[in-house]
Ligand binder design. Structure first.
Ligand code: NI
Length: 173
């Protein structure tokens, strides 16, 4: 396994739209293992392949309190959405920034697991937020895109400054 470098906003590579995984093979399982290791080390609760400059539809997360439930979704799709709610979000690619984002509270998800087996399940709470957030990354979208241009400008300035200081990181997705 290997720790991968996480791209930071406003890096233009974060805007790349990820391609579908054609086959879940050992290369993809290695990517999943590296993403999980990188996510736990950061530390974060979720990470998308896009954030490590690999443009394939793979996301990982662990929303458990004791960090014991790694989850990886390949070619994830949201096939149902219910209710809308707002909550604070952060992102490993936007270190030190948390803002309120509005998303579906409950979702139904279809994906492949790391063995290539199809999954379909309902998610709510932090897991639902995390899956939507990570799936946005696969579309080249960041949570700051939901904010006003003024707020985004402030965040860009702050990140450029903290990059110079080798900035500290808050737990984030
Ligand atoms: Ni993120």
């Amino acid at each position: 396994m290997a720790l991968l470098k996480i791209l930071e906003y406003p890096d233009p590579r974060l805007r790349t739209r990820a391609a579908a995984v054609p086959e879940v093979d050992d290369r993809i399982r290695r990517l999943v293992a590296d993403l999980l290791e990188t996510m736990y080390a950061a530390p974060g609760v979720g990470l998308a392949a896009t954030q490590v400059d690999v443009h394939l539809r793979v996301i990982v997360m662990d929303v458990s309190e004791d960090r014991s439930q790694p989850m990886a979704l390949i070619n994830p799709e949201i096939i149902g959405r219910e209710d809308v709610g707002s909550g604070e979000e952060g992102c490993l690619s936007v270190p030190g920034v948390t803002e309120t984002v509005t998303r579906a509270r409950r979702i139904r998800v279809r994906a492949l697991d790391p063995r290539g087996k199809p999954l379909e399940f309902d998610a709510d709470g932090l897991l639902a937020v995390c899956i939507q957030h990570e799936m946005d990354h696969l579309e080249g979208k960041l949570f700051v895109d939901y904010l006003s241009e003024l707020k985004r400008q402030r965040i860009r300035k702050k990140l450029v400054k903290s990059a110079r200081r080798d900035g500290e990181r808050a737990p984030a997705i």
